[in-house]
Design a protein around this ligand. Structure first.
Ligand SMILES: Nc1ncnc2c1ncn2[C@@H]1O[C@H](COP(=O)(O)OP(=O)(O)OP(=O)(O)O)[C@@H](O)[C@H]1O
Ligand SMILES: [Mg+2]
Length: 473
């Protein structure tokens, strides 16, 4: 792909509004073309075939926006409501040439078209509910967008979630069916395919960790979805197990595009306060304002570690403690493993002990004792994803080609994946006691590193790291 500059190269809401307007106009033109094509097809009495979710999204990653009308059924074999309508209109079509088809691209439907069944997460503010489409009877997930009003009343940042999700049609990305409105301008809801689980809830529920073959199936799908996002110049910026949805067919879908955005080459200046703390990369923690898709790859490393142990890998209490926990796992950075880390804003005052010896390899291998059941290939992949130096992390595409996925045991076929009772489908899902994603639009806090390493207040006392201590000064 050769897009030179991001469409989102700056965060100026006015520019973004103009860009959004242009995109909408382009999209409308495209839809008009599709509608014209459909009318031509109808005129020649060739009925359009029904599209299932998977075919509409592309089966093997070869994707694009849905080419035909909107999908109305989850069941690929079931005739959709639209098909029924088409069938009943068949005789009329034969007798009359002049038709005025009702465009389906009118105003958004009202949220009253959905009956709310239950909130999915207990303790949350009811942002995501399981709901039933009253017209079709289909069960969907309804998410109320958190829209902060911008000064001109145009909720640009909230629209990013819609815009990136609309463009991200892929089997491993949650399917956005439509956007519906409540009574107010900022009552905007996403209607998505409903999935029975999220990976965090699943990991909490299962007694034993996933089998290596199951971990590979899950991870391959996450990285496959991410590879697609990155190929579309979308950074997710909040990958974590609670944002990965899993259904009872062993399919994983990336969700929650609340922090996602387009990026460019060279990367624009971006907000540093992204990604939930436990999944946040060292360059973000050390204050980098230029960063790229490597931040998502770091989060994938954290998710890989969590799949192996069933526990979040790096549970820092605050930013500084998070850095300390990272260095305890990876060993501290040095000029060989991470050239240039010193120039990051928060790293300037970091004083590492001169004698600190880093483990061999570049990036160094993580301590085998932490992952005793992982093969050498697996440890190699995990270590590279959790490389301190972003440049040493593999891209999603490189990750997919890693020998770990080709060695035995092979990834388990999705059809063989175990099924689990759904928490979201019946009772509420237990609210996870994990850090939340940063709030949009906030600035990164001033980090006070002083006194944290070595057990002073503010950090995790007793955290001496992997045989080293860190001093700031
Ligand atoms: N399509 C869906 N099907 C089933 N459950 C879903 C779906 N989308 C979201 N959920 C559930 O709702 C939870 C919150 O959704 P999401 O992460 O999109 O919202 P959020 O408001 O950004 O939440 P948070 O701030 O906690 O990350 C998910 O962790 C998942 O359990
Ligand atoms: Mg979320």
């Amino acid at each position: 792909m050769s897009v030179a500059k991001s469409r989102w190269a700056n965060d100026d809401p006015e520019t973004e509004a103009i860009i959004a307007q242009r995109r909408r106009e382009k999209e409308e033109k495209r839809r008009a073309k599709v509608e014209k094509q459909r009318q031509l097809e109808e005129a020649s009495r060739v009925p359009a075939p029904t599209k299932s979710a998977d075919t509409a999204q592309g089966v093997n990653g070869d994707v694009g926006p849905p080419k035909k009308r909107r999908r109305l059924s989850n069941d690929p074999d079931a005739p959709s409501a639209a098909d029924e309508v088409l069938k009943s209109e068949e005789p009329k079509k034969q007798s009359s040439l002049l038709r005025f088809p009702v465009s389906e691209w009118g105003p958004c439907r009202h949220v009253d078209n959905f009956e709310r069944l239950n909130h999915i997460e207990e303790g949350s503010y009811g942002w995501v509910s399981r709901a039933k489409d009253i017209t079709t009877g289909e069960v969907v997930a309804l998410k109320k967008l958190k829209i902060e009003n911008s000064p001109d009343g145009f909720p640009v940042t909230g629209l990013r979630e819609i815009q990136t999700l609309l463009e991200a049609r892929h089997p491993n990305v949650v399917y956005l069916r439509e956007v519906v409105m409540g009574n107010k301008m900022d009552d905007v809801y996403l209607v998505m395919d409903f999935l029975e689980h999220d990976l965090k809830t699943l990991l909490d529920e299962i007694r034993e960790p996933f089998l290596p073959s199951e971990i590979k199936t899950l991870l391959l799908q996450v990285v496959g979805g991410l590879d697609f996002l990155h190929s579309q110049w979308i950074m997710h910026r909040d990958l974590k197990t609670s944002n990965l949805l899993v259904n009872n067919r062993g399919e994983v879908k990336i969700a929650d595009f609340g922090m996602a955005r387009y990026y460019g080459d060279p990367p624009p200046k971006l907000t540093q306060l992204v990604v939930t703390l436990w999944y946040r990369s060292p360059e973000l923690l050390l204050g980098a304002d230029k960063y790229g898709t490597e931040i998502d790859m770091w989060s994938v490393g954290c998710i890989f570690g969590e799949l192996l142990t069933k526990e979040p890998l790096l549970q820092g209490k605050n930013e500084v403690d998070q850095v300390s926990k990272i260095f305890a796992l990876t060993g501290p950075p040095n000029q060989q493993t991470w050239p240039g880390f010193r120039s990051l804003p928060n790293a300037k005052s970091l004083r590492l002990p001169p004698t600190s010896a880093s483990p061999a390899g570049n990036p160094p291998l993580l301590p085998r004792s932490r992952f005793p059941y992982l093969t050498n290939a697996g440890l190699d992949l995990l270590s590279s994803l959790l490389a301190l130096n972003p440049a040493s992390r593999p891209t999603a595409q490189q990750c997919l080609a890693h020998p770990y996925f080709r060695e035995d045991p092979r990834p388990k076929p999705k059809e063989m994946f175990p099924t689990f009772p759904s928490k979201a489908g019946m009772e509420k899902r237990r609210r996870h006691h994990t850090p939340e994603a940063p709030k949009r639009g906030q600035d990164a806090p001033e980090l006070d590193f002083a006194g944290v390493f070595g057990g002073a207040p503010g950090g995790d006392s007793g955290e001496a790291g992997a045989g080293f201590t860190l001093r700031l000064g």
